[in-house]
Design a protein around this ligand. Structure first.
Ligand code: NIG
Ligand code: FE
Length: 418
């Protein structure tokens, strides 16, 4: 066989072990425990895990070996919601907020998303790619092994296309799988301040068909919020997306509950993301809707805002995914270990729940549960090596300390910090 192989042996514990590769969306009480395997080995062939077992049956492998020396293994994170491609950081707005101005007030004054859009239009494509590639490498170092990236800082046909081309070029050179989402309905651009209908028409009649024609997006998104797009506007965009086979992954209920969740459910969206403001009725509607809730706790952390009611959601039987929302305005970090710590300390998720949310549930929200999100034969060999821990609670507990010692991607050691 010409492809490479790697045997990882003397693993103390594999967390999120999935012997039959049968794991799917976990919800409610199903999030409370994770399967593990002690004293184990993993054989990688090509970019896949080919077999997993215990040391008493360790294969006599002639090729490359990695001695885990009793260390533990996790699957890499699936970060299902980011805005990784952007032109410039916005720390001046951070300062305004610390001085008392609200996020929505900054947006009304032309800061926020419009500020990023203005900068992005001026920035050459190669520069955007170089910056995004650097950020991608940075998040891989914290254990991210698959990622979704949105457009939405272009807000013209040309600039949205430019962003999506950057995402495609990044995907072509990336060691980890990338999904692309069209988020033209992120904010109303300055040129359309007095012509909302004109911008919605631009998205539906021009941007969506072009993007679909060039195969530049996997999903479509809209920011459903009082000060951004209304549920009926998002509804039209989701309907138009479905004509091109693009499912919805929408921003909703970040600041207000105005019916975005219900619209997304009616349109058969894949996920509803944010949910800082989720009412009892919203949670009731989500139960059995088949639409995945995605929570982004680093955004309320950074905005000093409400956290989503994750505890209530899970206690009511819902499942959730966790993602970083990496973006220059509300979460300038793509650090999933930090997101997991925030999920536990600020939303009272249990460590096992947070691990499910950032691995298998994240994979489901990108329709990648067949290849990511657990340590299973047949799945991509994307793995994190950590110190030996007493329980998975150590990971969120030791927030801020860097316990991602090595990252294995596609069956090869990609990052080693030791
Ligand atoms: O997910 N909420 C809308 N979009 C981003 C923020 C974008 C920005 O401020 O640049 C978010 O939080
Ligand atoms: Fe976002």
């Amino acid at each position: 066989m010409s492809h490479s192989s790697l045997l990882i042996h003397d693993i103390g514990t594999i967390w999120q072990y999935d012997p039959q590769a049968s794991l799917t969306w976990r919800a409610g009480e199903g999030m409370r425990s994770i399967q593990s395997l002690e004293d184990a080995w993993i054989l990688c062939e090509g970019d896949r895990i080919s077999a997993v077992g215990q040391m008493d049956s360790c294969p006599d492998h002639q090729g490359p070996r990695l001695d885990a020396g009793g260390r533990h293994i996790l699957p890499t994170w699936v970060d299902s919601h980011t805005h990784l491609v952007f032109a410039r950081t916005r720390e001046e707005e951070f300062r305004y907020r610390l001085e008392g101005m609200s996020y929505e007030e900054i947006a009304r004054r032309g800061g926020g998303i419009l500020n990023s859009a203005y900068r992005l239009r001026e920035t050459p494509e190669d520069q955007l790619l170089e910056d995004a590639a650097r950020r991608l490498h940075e998040v891989i170092r914290t254990g991210t092994g698959a990622i979704e990236i949105k457009s939405g800082y272009g807000l013209t046909l040309d600039s949205e296309m430019k962003m999506l081309r950057v995402i495609r070029r990044l995907r072509d050179q990336s060691p980890i799988p990338i999904r692309a989402t069209l988020l033209a309905a992120h904010a109303l651009p300055r040129e359309y301040q007095d012509d909302r209908e004109g911008y919605i028409r631009l998205i539906i009649d021009d941007i969506l068909p072009r993007v679909a024609d060039e195969g530049l997006a996997d999903y479509v998104d809209a920011f459903c919020e009082k000060a951004f797009f209304q549920p009926d506007e998002m509804d039209r965009i989701l309907e138009a997306g479905s004509r091109y086979g693009l499912k919805g992954k929408v921003h909703t209920n970040q600041f207000t509950s105005i019916g975005g969740i219900q619209t997304a459910i009616r349109r058969g969206a894949l996920s509803v993301d944010h949910l800082e403001i989720a009412t009892e009725a919203d949670m009731g509607d989500l139960l059995d809707s088949g639409v995945y809730p995605v929570l982004l706790p680093s955004a309320p952390f950074f905005l000093r805002d409400h956290y989503p009611p994750a505890r209530t959601m899970i206690d009511r039987g819902l499942g959730v995914a966790l993602a970083s929302d990496f973006n220059p305005g509300t979460s300038p970090s793509g650090n999933l270990p930090l997101v997991i710590a925030l999920a536990c300390t600020q939303m009272r998720m249990l460590p096992e729940e947070a691990i499910h949310a950032a691995t298998i549930n994240g994979a489901c929200t990108l329709e990648w549960e067949d290849r990511l999100g657990s340590v299973a034969p047949g799945k991509l060999a994307n793995l994190i090596l950590t110190p030996a821990v007493q329980s998975p609670a150590y990971y969120p507990y030791s927030f801020g300390s860097d316990w991602v010692e090595k990252v294995i991607l596609n069956g090869k050691e990609f990052i080693s910090k030791t």
